[in-house]
Design a protein around this ligand. Structure first.
Ligand code: MG
Length: 381
């Protein structure tokens, strides 16, 4: 099954409310789409978000990496030699992990379709249902309380609360804990917003106040592995490495020096599923549990991450709330995101395809079916 063509397009989905972290504020998902077609008629789909603050990529750079480097390296390659295709993908250009992730998931989508298996089953998974947390954006405590109560009302039992941009973070968490009660599980994500000593002090304050935090994610800057290890040693609360771990090499370093208790795997950091599986394997060897998370992504790429999460037992935490933050869904098929529940389903591949709307040219062309979108993607090259 040879690769016939690779095309790119765009998708825009407004968010229910602006997404705010220590690093950025965003009010819509505006991602690059990729479609890989194989001779014989199958199509695999991928999506990449422009998370410049974390991966250094923009939509323009993602499209340029795909069309200028990855596409020429992959055209004509035989998908049945999957390892060879992966080597070509990752050898086409260094970095550009989100662009690679979009291609990687489209290739897995195609491959699993050709095997007539849902991707998570092809990867060895037996779980068909996952539970995700929901992100609470960084705001004044009163707003965060309101958002947390709304999340609990919507059925979420685990909240990931953003902190780390100044102000009284302990007060934010205390306010949320008091509002939601003892039964809701809280994860705290500082997005690199603290320095090591400050992190130790704040986390200890949360512990002393009995705020019962499941974990603290990326308390210190990504490069500061020593600081991360110091925080992990000095507090009782488990520490989760996120921005510090892009690659399997990064993961190995964190594992070897026990710089964190858990690892957050995201396709956009690893460059796709194949590399993410390497991190899963390392974590299994070290007995370290993983989270599978996402950037600000819509349902196409988050579904790919859900297939990965369902495939490996070492993934015990799921932070795949992208679709839950979106005010609309421009895709059809594939996993169902029903509040906190993610149901993998039985469709072959990843199972998700764009439908109508949210593509750049919608207003002009009234694109209303997948064929027309494919035609648009051809023009976009
Ligand atoms: Mg994070």
């Amino acid at each position: 099954m040879k690769i016939e063509d690779i095309r790119v397009g765009s998708v825009r989905v407004p968010l229910k409310t602006p997404f705010k972290t220590a690093l950025r504020t965003v009010d819509a998902v505006e991602d690059t789409l990729v479609c890989v077609t194989a001779f014989g008629g199958l199509a695999g789909w991928g999506e990449a978000p422009p998370t410049a603050a974390i991966t250094g990529e923009t939509n323009a750079s993602i499209k340029a990496a795909i069309l200028g480097h990855i596409r020429p390296a992959l055209l004509g390659k035989d998908l049945d030699s999957f390892e060879e295709v992966q080597a070509a993908l990752h050898g086409a250009i260094v970095g550009n992990t989100s662009a690679k992730a979009a291609l990687d998931m489209a290739l897995y989508d195609l491959f699993a379709q050709s095997c007539n298996q849902p991707l998570y089953r092809l990867l060895g998974g037996a779980r068909s249902e996952l539970e995700t947390d929901l992100t609470i954006s960084l705001n004044e405590p009163q707003q965060m309380v309101q958002d947390s109560l709304a999340a609990v009302q919507a059925g979420y039992r685990i909240l990931k609360v953003k902190v780390g941009k100044g102000g009284d973070d302990v007060q934010r968490i205390r306010a949320v804990r008091q509002a939601v009660g003892a039964k809701v599980r809280l994860r705290v994500d500082a997005n690199q917003g603290w320095q090591a000593k400050q992190a130790v002090r704040l986390i200890r304050q949360m512990e002393d106040a009995g705020l019962d935090i499941d974990l603290v994610e990326q308390p210190v800057p990504a490069h500061d592995l020593q600081g991360l290890a110091e925080v992990t040693r000095q507090v009782d609360t488990p520490i989760l490495a996120d921005e510090s771990v892009f690659s399997a090499q990064n993961a190995l370093k964190v594992l070897q020096c026990h710089a964190a208790d858990y690892i957050n795997i995201k396709l956009m950091k690893t460059g796709g599923i194949a590399k993410a599986l390497q991190i899963c394997t390392l974590a299994e060897l070290y007995g370290v549990q993983c989270m599978v998370g996402c950037m600000l992504e819509s349902r196409l790429s988050v579904s790919a991450a859900a297939h990965l999460a369902a495939a490996r037992q070492v993934v015990t935490m799921v932070d795949l709330d992208g679709p839950g933050l979106c005010a609309a869904d421009p895709f059809t098929g594939g996993p169902v995101f029903d509040g906190p529940r993610i149901l993998l389903g039985t469709a072959p591949g990843i199972g998700v395809e764009p439908t109508t709307g949210y593509l750049e040219e919608e207003a002009e062309n009234h694109v209303n079916n997948t064929e027309a979108i494919r035609a648009y993607l051809m023009r976009a090259i």
